[in-house]
Design a protein around this ligand. Structure first.
Ligand code: NAP
Length: 242
């Protein structure tokens, strides 16, 4: 189903985004790989090694004009946008009383405003096509909240509201929009956490292990291939939040 389709992955240089780009490439999709600072040249070769095209595009997706340029470039190169995966995200954890305004704003801008930016631009194209799948990366923290993550939790809860509203607006043209809510996945984002935080997280996971980026990627492909799931938030967290 995904062969020769166009898939945009934001923040695709590493972690979950990298795994998602590779998984879609394995399915035969052409990839528009967005990155911000780390140039993922080896990843481009790995993707192309799967017999598909890969367009590497640098953009800070929290900036509307840069996000628009990403979408415009994808369309001029590949003509359609079949799947948009909004994966780019950051965390800047701190207790609320110590959290700076800058750390609140930047997390909201990168995790939530970026989703508005890309979906506003790609949504227009998908409406014309009368097809498309949008997958937004939320977090279980957006559902349950978490100490020290008021900014991150607010951004990820915002992604859930945005996903549901967008799903309702775009459904009449056959476009689906869903959110993925990962729990604790082994990436650079979680690597830097203290042993104490990791131990506490581990104890709260019924399946007694952290998740792998490839498992999240498998869910993204499933959502892109399924045309009768929309407006949903799918937890992938080893049972952490039930
Ligand atoms: P990661 O390894 O830190 O990767 C995040 C990616 O986002 C990086 O490639 C980063 O690029 C990119 N990025 C950040 N800001 C950007 C911007 N303004 N424009 C474009 N790209 C930007 O994190 P991850 O763990 O794979 O997380 C991926 C997504 O899953 C995030 O939305 C995160 O919130 C969510 N998530 C992760 C977990 C987890 O346990 N890991 C759990 C729940 C949700 P640079 O390196 O160049 O900045």
């Amino acid at each position: 189903m995904l062969k020769d389709k166009t898939v945009i992955v934001t923040g695709g240089a590493k972690g979950i985004g990298k795994a998602i780009a590779l998984k879609f490439a394995e399915k035969g999709a052409n990839i528009v790989l967005n990155y911000r600072s780390t140039v993922p040249e080896e990843l481009v070769s790995e993707i192309e090694g799967k017999g598909v095209k890969c367009l590497l595009y640098k953009a800070d997706v929290s900036d509307f004009n840069e996000a628009k340029a990403l979408i415009d470039t994808a369309v001029s190169e590949f003509k359609t946008i079949d799947v948009l995966v909004n994966n780019a995200g950051i965390a800047k954890d701190n207790l609320l009383i110590r959290m700076s305004e800058d750390d609140f704003d930047s997390v909201i801008d990168i995790n939530l405003k970026s989703v508005f930016n890309t979906v506003k631009c790609a949504g227009k194209i998908m409406l014309k096509q009368k097809s498309g799948s949008i997958i937004n990366m939320s977090s279980v923290v957006g559902v349950s909240g978490n100490t020290g993550q008021a900014n991150y939790a607010a951004s990820k809860a915002g992604v859930i509201g945005f996903t549901k509203a967008t799903a309702k607006e775009l459904a009449s043209r056959g476009i689906t929009c869903n959110a993925i809510a990962p729990g604790f996945i082994e990436t650079a984002m979680t690597e830097g956490l203290s042993d104490k935080v990791k131990e506490e997280a581990f104890l709260s996971i019924p399946l007694k292990r952290f998740g792998k980026p490839e498992e999240v990627a498998g869910l993204a492909v499933f959502l892109a291939e399924n045309k009768y799931i929309t407006g949903q938030v799918i937890n992938i967290d080893g049972g952490m939040v039930m």
